[in-house]
Structure formats: C-alpha cells, structure tokens
Design a protein around this ligand. Structure first.
Ligand SMILES: [Ca+2]
Ligand SMILES: [Ca+2]
Ligand SMILES: [Ca+2]
Length: 278
C-alpha cells in the first residue's frame, strides 16, 4: 500500500551560502532547495535557518520563511539574509523545513539540512615605520607585526613602485631619485583574505653644513660661531651640532665661546639635521 502524503525534503548539499567564503562583516545569504518527494501536494509551510552553537542550542538566524504549496515532484529555491553578526570561524548552519510540523509527511526525519560555513577574519598588515634615506641608498622593509587572529599569514607581497615587487618577510630596494615613495605591503591569510598597509620612504638630499669663515680674535674675548650658512635642499635645518674640542660639544645655530688663551682653534660643525631627517 502506498502512503498518500507529501514529503518535504532538504539535502545538506543543497544548502549554500553567498559569498561562498565570506569575511567577517560581509552580508551573507543562505539558499536551500526544498523538494516535495511525496505522493500528494504539500500545503504552504514555514522554514527557518539556524546556527547550531557548541552547546547544542539552535539560534534562529533568519526570520520565519514561508514556503509555498509544492506539487508532487516540484522544488522551491528559498533564499534569506542570515543574521550572523558577531560570529566567525567554523559555523554549523542548518535549515529546517515545516518547523511547526503542520504537514503530515511520509518522512519527518529528512527536514533538516546542515552545512559548515566559515567566516574568516582578514589578516592585519603592519610594516616597518617610515624611513628617510639619501639617494642611492638602500631602504629595507620588514613585515613587523602582521598577524591573523584566526589563522596564519601565508604570503607577503611588497609593491615597491616602478612595477618592482618583493616577496616574503622582508625585502629591500635602492632609491636613486629623491622624492617620497609609498611602499605597500599586502599580507594574505590561509583563507585567501588580505590586508594592505603603506610605509613611506623619504629620499632626501643630505643637508650641507657650513661653519662660517675663519675668524681672528684677541685672546680673552668671545667668538661667535654661526651655522646659518648651512642648508638643506628639501627641508629646514632644526639642529646644529658643534665639536668645540676642549670647550666641549654644543648645539645651536649661533653659539658664543670664550677663548682665554692665544692659539689656533679648530671648531667643527659636525652635523646639521632637519625636521625630516633623523
Ligand atoms: Ca519530510
Ligand atoms: Ca511535517
Ligand atoms: Ca584569517
């Protein structure tokens, strides 16, 4: 004797998600195919998507959805936004058809489909700090602290400009021309999500130190040293460092030194630095 009844059926393999490999924060749509494999028409019924948490609780992640009446042998594609805000990692998602059991079916045990959905958190790219070099010098780049909280960094790509690309944890590049260069680090995780960051290279002409002309003074008087003639092609000099031998080291654009005794004194302006050059 053939039982005359409908049979709503869903299959695990028909439960799909879009996007297929979502990253955290994406809107996610669930889709399920619902069949009537019974021998009579199925009346309209209700279905819902659930998240099965680790403690065996079913958390509703869609509204209650209406499935229209289905003729024998027909199927219905049902899609819904899934409310998965705050969840990530491997998620066990189910769809249940005829949730209120308003339809008496040939088989009541084939009304749930389950799939694993993985929501990936993208990696964070962190490169070395900005740096300043002179033309013709080599800048070095490091993947300082890039990380992926739910997986691993699997690939690092450096975009150095001029179509030059580097790979791996560190790379280097020689900059010939002065200018400002933006080097991009792109890091990928084991779920094929990526993140980028930029580190800047300032390629600057070195400042020129000018200590001023030789001076002749009487012993027992003050001499003024003036570094004002120093210049910096790309910026402003903010620090002047003097080596005054037995009179010590001093800093300042203009400094005065008391010379007690006759003699020849060589004072050197050993370094000038700008607001951009460390
Ligand atoms: Ca069924
Ligand atoms: Ca039922
Ligand atoms: Ca990840």
């Amino acid at each position: 004797m053939t039982i005359k009844a409908p049979d709503l059926v869903v299959y695990d393999s028909d439960l799909t998600f879009s996007p297929k490999y979502p990253i955290y924060g994406d809107g996610i749509t669930g889709t399920i195919k619902i069949y009537n494999s019974g021998t009579t028409k199925a009346n309209s019924s209700k279905g819902q998507f659930y998240l099965n948490d680790g403690a065996n609780n079913k958390i509703a992640i869609s509204s209650i959805l209406t499935i229209p009446a289905l003729d024998v042998g027909s199927k219905y594609n049902l899609s819904s936004n899934l409310n998965l805000n705050g969840y990530h990692g491997h998620l066990n998602i189910s769809f249940v058809v005829d949730i209120y059991n308003t339809i008496k079916e040939i088989n009541e045990n084939n009304n749930i489909a389950t799939q694993i959905l993985i929501i990936n958190i993208p990696p964070i790219a962190i490169a070395n700090p900005n740096q300043t070099i002179y033309p013709g010098y080599r800048a070095e780049f490091y993947d300082y602290e890039s990380h992926d909280i739910d997986g691993e960094i699997t690939k690092e790509i450096w975009y150095l400009g001029n179509k030059q690309i580097g790979f791996g944890n560190s790379t280097q590049y020689t900059f010939i021309q002065k200018g400002i260069y933006y080097v991009q680090l792109e890091v990928w995780d084991d779920m094929d999500a990526y993140n980028t960051t930029t580190t800047t290279v300032f390629v600057t002409i070195p400042p020129v130190a000018e200590a001023g002309a030789d001076q002749y003074i009487k012993s027992g008087s003050w001499i003024t040293l003036d570094g004002s003639g120093s210049y910096e092609p790309n910026g402003t000099i903010v620090k002047w460092s003097w080596d005054l031998k037995e009179f010590g080291n001093r800093t300042g654009r203009q400094i005065s030194v008391f010379i007690p005794n006759p003699g020849i004194y060589t004072f050197r302006l050993i370094d000038v630095s700008t607001d951009i050059l460390e």
